[in-house]
Design a protein around this ligand. Structure first.
Ligand code: UT7
Length: 322
């Protein structure tokens, strides 16, 4: 059976790290409040010369290098972002050009914080159907550009960054096959006013700023994530006890703790980077994955579960054998 196997990971962060103390000089907040309510201590903020495409290109180069491929052999690029360089063309095509790839498929996916899961689902389907052989799946964001820096309820929560994986279509046997084993995705547009940007090309003609009713998003996140994790585990015939590593969307340490508790998963099996990166939206899952691959925690053969929930609402989960 053809499976989409993760053969390389990479990530990139803007040069500048910003502490909670620095934010407390701009808005009425404190390091204590942010750490206690979210687990966040730091985030990286992009300089004017650091863009969604430049961070994505850096992360992609590292993933391609880890895979040991020539960039030109990539025939599919799916880039998840809610903060594209421009309204069009797709940021994926800018990355494609930066990498020196030609003629393959390249497009963006917009599912906000779940964007990377959506991108994995789409790329996996295309690889298994034979439309491409080697895919670059990227999550890249510069949320600092759409934050209202006067609004303490949102500006302390987000950061910029990018993560990437290379997926290769490989023939795998039936015994413990490597690759993406299942992905389940959902959306419920009835909640799209709980987390949104108040602008856009077709409405205001402006880029707009992020608005969120945090407490309500939190409540939905815990319920939806538990449900989709149950679905994807059932589909692959695994139980939570089989999971070697959970790589969750890094929105809030309390959501991660609640999700792990619902699965009865020890905290040591949860990759947690929210403290240093904050919420990087579509970049957060591949960024956390790359951190744990590079520090040697996640190894070939491990059963890894990826999950995310975000604006839309959208949510999803994947089970992957590394
Ligand atoms: O990535 C997409 C998914 N997004 C998420 O998953 C985010 C989910 N939501 C959350 O993570 C949490 O709801 C937040 C971190 C956003 C907020 O935490 P909370 O425990 O739900 O706090 P709250 O919104 O209920 O606010 C509690 C208090 C309020 O004051 P009052 O009304 O009780 O007097 C806020 O005004 O904390 C106040 N507050 C702050 N205080 C200091 C809100 N933001 C801040 C702040 N510093 N930055």
């Amino acid at each position: 059976m053809i499976r989409s196997v993760i053969v390389g990971t990479g990530s990139a962060l803007p040069r500048r790290a910003v502490s909670n103390a620095e934010l407390a000089e701009r808005v009425d907040t404190s390091d204590e409040w942010i750490v206690e309510r979210t687990g966040i201590s730091n985030r990286h903020i992009a300089a004017p010369d650091e863009t969604t495409s430049s961070l994505a290109t850096d992360a992609a180069r590292k993933a391609i290098e880890a895979a040991g491929f020539e960039a030109a052999s990539i025939d599919l690029i799916v880039l998840a972002t809610a903060t594209p360089d421009q309204t069009f063309p797709a940021t994926a095509t800018i990355v494609q050009n930066n990498l020196g790839c030609r003629g393959g498929i390249a497009f963006d996916v917009a599912a906000v914080c779940s964007g990377f899961l959506y991108a994995v689902g789409v790329a996996d389907s295309m690889l298994r159907s034979g439309m491409a052989k080697r895919a670059l799946v990227i999550g890249s964001e510069t949320f600092s550009r759409i934050l209202d820096w006067e609004d303490r309820t949102t500006c302390v929560l987000f950061g910029d960054g990018a993560g990437a994986i290379v997926l290769e279509a490989q023939e795998q046997g039936a015994e413990a096959p490597r690759g993406v084993l299942a992905t389940r995705l959902h959306a419920d547009g009835a909640h799209n006013q709980l987390l949104f940007v108040d602008g856009g090309p077709s409405t205001t003609g402006t880029v707009g700023k992020l608005r969120m009713k945090g407490r309500e998003v939190f409540r939905h996140a815990v319920v939806n994530l538990a449900e989709v994790l149950g679905e994807v585990l059932e589909e692959t015939g695994h139980s939570a006890a089989d999971i070697d590593w959970l790589v969750p969307h890094q929105a809030n340490a309390r959501i991660l703790d609640a999700t792990a508790r619902k699965l009865n998963l020890p905290a040591e099996k949860v990759i947690m980077t929210v403290g240093q990166h904050a919420n990087t939206s579509a970049a957060s899952v591949p960024l956390a994955l790359d951190v744990a691959v590079r520090d040697g925690r996640i190894r070939q053969g491990d059963l890894v579960v990826l999950e995310a929930m975000g604006g839309g609402f959208t949510w999803g989960a994947s089970v992957v054998r590394m």
